[in-house]
Design a binder for this molecule. Structure first.
Ligand code: HEC
Length: 134
């Protein structure tokens, strides 16, 4: 029957739109759980901590996030979503705990660093990210 064929194509198109939207939102909103949001850096952001973190950042993070954290490292062009711009207002407004959780757990091309860097090194990187503020 003509009508049912028409309805089928409409509902298929609708499903396509819903799925496209679902995957788009999975790409954009990356929200740390409230428990992580409230975590406080147990260390201090002193000069030695920032210096060590800068060395890790330059060798490990800059290929994607860029030398100044702008999200424009040499590997960034091939990535979607793009590496975060750590100097941006959006990132600088996030809590230390949220950034620490994302750095630890990873998502997609952004790998989970909790197995590779110690807690102290990861908190140090959060100190360093704060120095990248525009
Ligand atoms: C292979 C490329 C790559 C490397 C290397 C990398 N990142 Fe990322 N990073 C990404 C991408 C891509 C995203 C965005 C992920 C998303 O939104 O799904 C991201 C997101 C983040 C975020 C979350 C930003 C936010 O709040 O949305 C933080 C924090 C972060 N990276 C820190 C680091 C640090 C620190 C290092 C080095 C230890 C590092 N990244 C290394 C690609 C990378």
């Amino acid at each position: 029957m003509k009508t049912s064929k028409y309805l089928t194509s409409i509902s298929l198109a609708f499903c396509g739109i819903v799925f496209a939207n679902m995957s788009a939102s999975a790409q954009t909103a990356w929200v740390a759980p409230a428990s992580a949001n409230n975590l406080k850096n147990p260390g201090t952001c002193d000069a030695a901590t920032v210096k060590d973190a800068k060395a890790i950042y330059t060798s490990t993070c800059a290929p994607c996030h860029g030398a100044k954290g702008r999200g424009d490292g040499p590997a960034a062009a091939a990535l979607n979503p793009k590496p975060a711009d750590h100097s941006s207002k959006a990132i600088q407004q996030e809590s230390d705990g949220s950034l620490f959780w994302k750095l630890s757990e990873g998502r997609g091309a952004m790998q989970a660093y909790k197995g590779q860097l110690t807690d102290k090194q990861r908190w140090g990187l959060i100190c360093y990210i704060r120095t990248l503020k525009k």
